[in-house]
Each structure stands twice: as C-alpha cells, then as structure tokens.
Design a protein around this ligand. Structure first.
Ligand SMILES: Nc1nc2c(ncn2[C@@H]2O[C@H](COP(=O)(O)OP(=O)(O)OP(=O)(O)O)[C@@H](O)[C@H]2O)c(=O)[nH]1
Length: 306
C-alpha cells in the first residue's frame, strides 16, 4: 500500500432559485466570508464561489447563474450555459427554501434535471432555512420532494445558523472523485479574494459595456501584494477575444477602462476595508476559452452567448 494519502477533488454546483441561500451556504462551508451575498443582476459564466476543504477532499463550489427566465436570445444562451455548468459538475446540490417549499421555480428545476437526464446519484437536495418552519412541515416537504426526484441524499440545513452544514460537507467530500487537488493548499486562503477582486472588475466592465462584449471577456487577478503600509496592490488582466475588443474596453482616450478601474477600486476598498491600488491591463487572448482550465470552461457557450 502506498503511504500517500489519496486526495479527492471535484466541482459542486449549487443550484436553486434566487435567494435560496447559495451564498450563505458557500460561506458556511468555506468557513470564511468569501462569496459576496448580492442581489445583483446575474452574470453569465459559472463562477467559483469558493473552495472548501474537508479532510483530504477539496470541494470547488461553483455557481450557475442565469438558470432562470430566458427572455431574449442571450438569456437563453445563459440558461443553457448555466445548465451545462450544472451537468458538468461532479455533484449538484439543489437548494430549496423550507418555508417556500416546492414552488413553481423548484418544479422547473426538477423538470430540467429530468429532461437533461442528470442522474439522481449526482444530485443532493438541501432544504435550507429549516429554522423558519416546524419539523412536521419539514418532513412533509421531504416526502413530497423525494416523490418527485430520486435524490442521492436529502439534507436539512440552515446555512445561516450552520445547522446540518457539516453533514452536507462531509457527504460531498466523500463523493467527489479521487484525484489531485485543483488548487494548491497554500493558495486557497488567498484564492477567494483574488476571485472576488476579478469578479468585481468584471462586473464593472459589464455594467459599463452593456451589450457590447461582456460575454467575451474574462478578468484574472495576476498578483496580490500586501504592502507594509497596510494597503494592497492588485494587478489584473482583462482578457478579450479580439483586437477590436481591446479598443472597446479601453474606450475613447481610455475613458472606459479608467472609469472601470475607479469603480472597481472603490468597491474593493470598501470590501477589503483598506486602501487598494488597482492596476488593469488589457490583453488579447483569442483562445482563452480553449486554454482555460477546466473550471473556466464550465458554464459558457460562447457561440450562443457572443
Ligand atoms: N432564516 C434563514 N435565512 C437564510 C438562511 N440562509 C440564507 N438566508 C437568507 O436568505 C437570503 C438570501 O441568501 P443568499 O445566500 O444571498 O441567497 P443566494 O441563493 O445566494 O441568492 P442569489 O445569489 O441572489 O441567487 C439572505 O437574506 C440570507 O440571510 C437560513 O438558513 N435561514
């Protein structure tokens, strides 16, 4: 027998209606406030909300925004992307709200899971906000839900109070496939902040560029330097698909990128509670989608979304 520990790692997609508690659950599992609890407009790509460690397992929690209400073509592409994000994940956790029960939205998700032949073995149900209803109603809801879908497991949790979260986490940890961790241990602490910082800049760009190209760019935090004076220097690269997009992202006389940088810096300063020096660079990387790691491929169908 090998002396080496067998590590496990996998993607866990959290799906559920808006407000179900995905951010709160992520925070509870990761153990630090990493995912921003927002009620903002949903963006396209599967986002990594956080990385949770449990024993020798690494759980990469991904979000599949845009699961709902396709209105226009773009939105339809988003929904499609969101579903492929869920289907690509190693495990799906469907989060529902105890006090709202089996809503139309939940029905729609169940129908979509069936339609896409997502096997029950891959899907766990987490009934969240159990602090809000009495136990007998909870049992009725559990029965109702298991009649509808063959869940691998059902958990009753309160993401906010922390009830049941450890059980869910331990179960997930045993379920993700054997394999090397996707993130080195020493990077994990730092990673969510880098991701959040990238997400903030991407959001500012998206707001600024409206329909022009937000679906075709990605932001990466290149370096994160804590300075002696308590401030932090953050360098980020905005990757665009084509040369022409570079000009759009820069804007006339660099106005767009300047405004984006200011808005992102302001939010980062507020979020981190200290002074931030933000440096943005735009680079063209035509194949960023192909080159990207497995996680960046999840959730975006660029052909439909662009
Ligand atoms: N009572 C109670 N409230 C909760 C619980 N978990 C989350 N909430 C609340 O539900 C609201 C929505 O939680 P979020 O974590 O933002 O939900 P979300 O699914 O990430 O929302 P979107 O990102 O908008 O889809 C917040 O006000 C939370 O405080 C819980 O276990 N009990």
């Amino acid at each position: 027998m090998s002396e080496q520990k067998q590590t496990r790692a996998g993607f866990v997609a959290l799906i559920g209606e808006p407000n179900a508690g995905k951010s709160t659950l992520t925070n509870a599992m990761v153990g630090a406030k990493v995912s921003i609890v927002t009620h903002k407009v949903q963006t396209t790509r599967a986002r990594i909300r956080g990385v949770a460690m449990q024993g020798d397992s690494q759980l990469v929690l991904v979000d599949t925004p845009g699961l709902f209400r396709p209105r226009r073509n773009l939105d339809r592409a988003m929904v499609k992307a969101a579903w492929s994000g869920a289907a690509d994940a190693d495990i799906v956790v469907l989060l529902i709200e105890a006090h709202r029960g089996k809503t139309d939205g939940v029905d729609a998700i169940l129908a979509a899971l069936k339609e896409r032949n997502v096997e029950g073995q891959k899907v766990a149900l987490a009934i969240n906000k159990i602090d809000r209803i009495p136990r007998d109603r909870l049992l009725a809801l559990t029965a109702e839900m298991s009649k509808e879908f063959d869940f691998a497991q059902i958990f009753m949790v309160s993401a906010e109070k922390g009830y049941g979260v450890d059980d869910l986490k331990a179960w997930l940890a045993g379920r993700v496939p054997e394999g090397p961790w996707m993130y080195p241990e020493d990077q994990i602490a730092d990673l969510p902040l880098r991701m959040i910082a990238a997400e903030i800049t991407r959001e500012k760009l998206t707001l600024r560029l409206h329909q022009e190209l937000p679906y075709q760019l990605t932001v990466e935090t290149e370096s994160w330097e804590e300075r002696k004076d308590g401030s932090v220097r953050i360098d980020q690269i905005i990757y665009v698909m084509r040369d022409g997009h570079k000009g759009i992202a820069l804007g006339p006389k660099g106005e767009t990128i300047k405004a984006v940088s200011m808005a992102a810096r302001e939010e980062l300063t507020e979020f981190l509670g200290r002074k931030v020096h933000l440096f943005l660079q735009i680079k063209v990387r035509p194949n960023w989608l192909d080159e990207a790691e497995r996680f960046t491929e999840m959730g975006l169908d660029i052909k439909d979304g662009g």
